[in-house]
Design a protein. Structure first.
Length: 549
């Protein structure tokens, strides 16, 4: 690895990319004659249509994590053949959508062989994830590998230890084989940086895969991983899950360990990032949560709460009729047509099953965004500047678009200013719960964004995702449908809620740009209600029978 003191940032970044690319086995490098043309939007069906994969490999990489652990445990499949199949599909994903940062296939093979030998000798698995390949967002430290966060200055600084969550996953029997791309700074809605470049959406490569867990979302959307782990401080699990047709869970802090995870805003605790699963079914999220919580992370991480997985709460939700709130706006910006259609579809399905569905407008979301931005910009951009300027790499345009207008370093707020904002956050939380209790709802159904996955570049115009991390609520994302140009047209009777609402709706006016983009919704609950949310996701899967592949 070249040293930043001896070479330009471009050379250092190029060397890092070459290091990654050389770990892709030659046999898995796509011949030029099989590469899809650059103007081919969707590459999701390429593995099945190209002839590059065997039928057995395609079968394995179309299975959910839950099905895979069952077949490995019953010895219908070996961990090694499953791991090899996903390593191959991940190698192809990297070449088509650029989603990978670190490859550790050889270690994964050794791990899979070891787990297969234990099962063969004892007839028993070592845990609920025995033999299952799991992909990780770049933030999660793996001993001997970099966690760059998209910064050139972090290249060549391999982790000295595994993140605690990695150790818990290994103890549950998982096989770790790859880490995935993130944006420069982490704090962006699109995954792009100067080290690894831009990750694109496998369903439509002209569109974003989301951020900051966009590499994870894209890899899963390509079915290059059966189960992945992302993080979320402002929507970073929810947005990529939504844009790539996935199920994703942002748990409240304290359910999943964040210890020894490389991060932006280190020491900032007013809004804390949360780690959670991204997968192909609610059963996969359930599997992850039950397995991780079952490892009793509170014995090694003091910030993990000693709350076992509460199966009784899951069962209780399954047995009763629920009250769902739904929202098509936050008083400032309305959802675009495909999201409105998705909301009304879910409402109709739930009502047919006897559940109560009432309108609940989350008016607190607008203020939540204002407070969150103040807290995130409390250092006047010093955190970003320190990491970016250490290598003389440039700020990418997306960082400047989203964060450039914020306070300059000379105008950083005082400690008293930040304390005041944190007090306002507590007051907003009280208002939210009073509003929630008066409505008597179990959960809220609405999107996490106002619009589908957008074309590359620019900034996010409006998000509905700020309130959950500000108040540490449990939130999950589930797929519903895709954009249909004929169904999701600009409404003829539209009246703008605000100037910003008009900007968003005018921007959407050409639905053909978003054709086939996945449309998902979120389930928002109270803090630490992961069991309830997982049970409701399972209900929604039964209701919708949704699969975007």
């Amino acid at each position: 690895m070249m040293n930043t003191a001896e070479s330009s940032w471009e050379s250092v970044a190029a060397a890092k990319r070459l290091e990654r690319d050389e770990k892709i086995p030659p046999a898995w490098r796509i011949p030029n004659e099989l590469l899809p043309a650059k103007d081919v939007k969707s590459v999701v069906r390429w593995p099945a249509e190209s002839g590059f994969f065997t039928e057995h490999e395609l079968m394995i990489t179309s299975m959910t994590a839950t099905a895979l652990v069952e077949d490995i445990a019953s010895r219908k499949l070996t961990s090694l053949e499953v791991t090899e199949a996903f390593c191959k599909r991940t190698s192809v994903a990297q070449q088509l959508i650029n989603c990978v940062t670190e490859i550790c296939f050889e270690d994964a093979y050794a791990r899979a062989k070891h787990l297969d030998s234990i099962l063969a000798e004892t007839g028993k698995t070592i845990g609920p994830l025995h033999g299952l390949p799991i992909s990780l967002k770049d933030q999660f430290d793996i001993r001997g590998l970099d966690s760059t966060l998209g910064y050139v200055s972090s290249i060549g600084r391999p982790a000295a230890r595994n993140a605690t969550l990695v150790e818990l996953l290994l103890a549950a029997g998982a096989v770790i084989y790859v880490k995935t791309n993130v944006p420069q700074t982490l704090m962006l809605g699109e995954t792009v940086n100067n080290v690894f470049g831009r990750t694109v959406n496998p369903i439509n490569r002209n569109l974003t895969a989301g951020g900051s867990s966009g590499g994870e979302g894209a890899l899963l959307g390509f079915w290059g991983s059966p189960l992945g782990v992302g993080t979320d401080i402002a929507g970073s699990i929810r947005h990529p899950s939504n844009f790539n047709g996935l199920w994703g869970l942002r748990p409240s802090n304290g359910r999943v360990s964040y210890q020894y995870v490389t991060n932006t805003f280190v020491g900032q605790e007013a809004i804390r990032s949360s780690a959670g699963p991204m997968g192909h079914s609610p059963a996969d999220l359930h599997l992850f949560m039950e397995a991780v919580v079952g490892q009793e992370g509170w014995k090694v991480d003091p910030l993990v709460l000693p709350i076992p997985w509460r199966t009784a709460e899951v069962e209780a939700v399954r047995k009763r009729k629920l009250v769902f709130g739904y929202a098509t706006h936050d008083t400032l910006v309305s959802v675009t047509p495909p999201y409105r259609r998705a909301i009304l579809l879910v409402k109709e399905k739930l009502e047919k099953l006897g559940h109560t569905v009432v309108e609940f407008i989350p008016k607190e979301m607008v203020r939540a965004e204002e407070l969150a931005i103040k807290l995130f910009s409390a250092d006047g951009g010093l955190d970003f500047a320190t990491s970016i300027e250490a290598s003389d790499e440039p700020y990418i345009p997306e960082v400047l678009a989203d964060w450039g207008p914020l306070l300059p370093k000379a105008q950083r707020p005082t400690v008293s200013d930040i304390w005041k904002v944190q007090k306002e956050r507590e007051e907003l939380g009280a208002q939210w719960y009073e509003h929630w209790n008066q409505a008597g709802i179990d959960v809220l159904i609405m999107p996490c964004v106002a619009y589908p996955a957008k074309p590359h570049g620019g900034s996010d115009t409006h998000l509905y995702s700020w309130l959950a991390p500000l108040l540490d609520l449990t939130v999950a994302t589930f797929p519903v449908t895709v954009v249909h140009g004929e169904l999701d047209v600009y409404p003829s009777d539209y009246t703008a809620l605000s100037e910003k609402d008009k900007v968003v709706m005018d921007w959407y006016q050409s639905p053909s740009r978003f054709e086939d983009a996945p449309i998902g919704l979120t389930v928002t609950a109270r803090r630490l209600e992961e069991e309830k949310v997982v049970a409701i996701l399972e209900l929604l899967e039964d209701v919708l029978h949704t699969s975007i592949q």
